[in-house]
Ligand binder design. Structure first.
Ligand code: NAP
Length: 273
């Protein structure tokens, strides 16, 4: 989902964009051959099945740790900058205010453990040239996501119950793609950045806004609590990420999530899936 929008955002530049079938990041030799000759590497590949990772943690580690380390080593050898994507799940979600970029990692679930370990490996393999960009609650034109699910459910259900006791930052993949490019173009200091749209809401608030943007009655979205939606992997109750690193690097943080959702709807990026 993100890789596809990033590819669009890079139109007009010299880019090699590879699918999983074209490059498996767990294959170190193939990664090194693919990275050769490039100045910047964006890694948007990941094991992203959050619930699946609970029972298949080794599979998640193979991609999110070993795979990411392969890309970081290859970028270091090549002298290329690396931008690799991480997650709010590297935290436990129990904070009372936005997580600064330097908050200690304390992953909430197996997927979060794999992403946290991947961050550490990438920073160790290529300390001077790695950007870790943590994101969360992504939606976009390409791929399954919460907004698309809400619109699908709206088509066949009079009401939809959505969790109101988990807070985070809905983030449009097109906005994140533009921010990743701005980071590299600005030659910002290497390190950790939080790539989420600004502000905060609950899944319930996000769902109501999706309904509004689609011209549907937001009153059809009803609040419920996370305990009613037990899933294999624990979910954070508070997942709001602080944006101080952008300002310190002289860059603007990403716009408010509600503005981004409106722009996404206007561009046709919201569709039932
Ligand atoms: N979506 C979210 O809400 C969210 C939240 C926080 C962080 N993130 C992070 O943001 C990044 C982008 O997420 P996304 O939502 O765009 O994910 P996505 O749509 O699931 O895309 C991940 C891509 O990685 C590919 N992939 C998996 N294993 C691979 C391997 N070994 N080698 C090469 N490619 C491989 C997948 O290919 P196949 O489909 O063929 O398996 C898929 O195309 C990821 O790092 C993710 O962890 C996402």
């Amino acid at each position: 989902m993100l890789g596809s929008d990033l590819q669009h955002a890079l139109a007009g530049r010299e880019v090699t964009a590879l699918t999983r079938a074209e490059l498996d990041i767990t294959d170190a030799r193939a990664v090194s051959a693919a990275v050769a000759g490039h100045d910047v590497v964006f890694n948007t590949a990941a094991y992203t099945d959050v619930d699946g990772a609970e029972a298949h943690e080794a599979d998640a580690f193979a991609i999110n740790v070993t795979g990411v380390e392969n890309v970081a080593r290859a970028a270091a050898t090549q002298g290329a900058k690396l931008v690799t994507i991480s997650t709010d799940y590297v935290f436990d979600g129990a904070a009372a205010g936005p997580y600064p970029e330097d908050s200690p990692r304390d992953p909430i679930n197996a997927y979060g453990r794999s992403k946290a370990a991947g961050e550490e490996r990438a920073l160790a393999a290529h300390p001077g040239g790695t950007y870790i960009v943590r994101t969360a609650w992504l939606y976009g034109a390409a791929g399954a996501n919460f907004a698309a699910t809400m619109l699908r459910l709206a088509a066949s259900n009079p009401t939809v119950s959505v969790v109101d006791d988990q807070l985070g930052q809905p983030t449009w993949t097109a906005d994140l793609a533009a921010q990743l490019i701005a980071l590299v173009d600005a030659d910002a200091p290497a390190g950790i950045y939080h790539g989420t749209n600004s502000g905060q809401t609950s899944w319930f608030g996000f769902a109501r806004a999706v309904f509004e943007e689609a011209g549907l009655d937001p009153e059809r979205v009803l609040p419920t609590d996370g305990a009613s939606f037990a899933r294999p992997a624990a979910r954070p109750s508070y997942s709001v990420l602080g944006h101080g690193a952008w300002t310190r690097a002289g860059l603007a943080p990403m716009r408010p999530w509600r503005d981004a959702l409106h722009a996404a709807a206007a561009s046709g990026a919201l569709a039932a899936r």
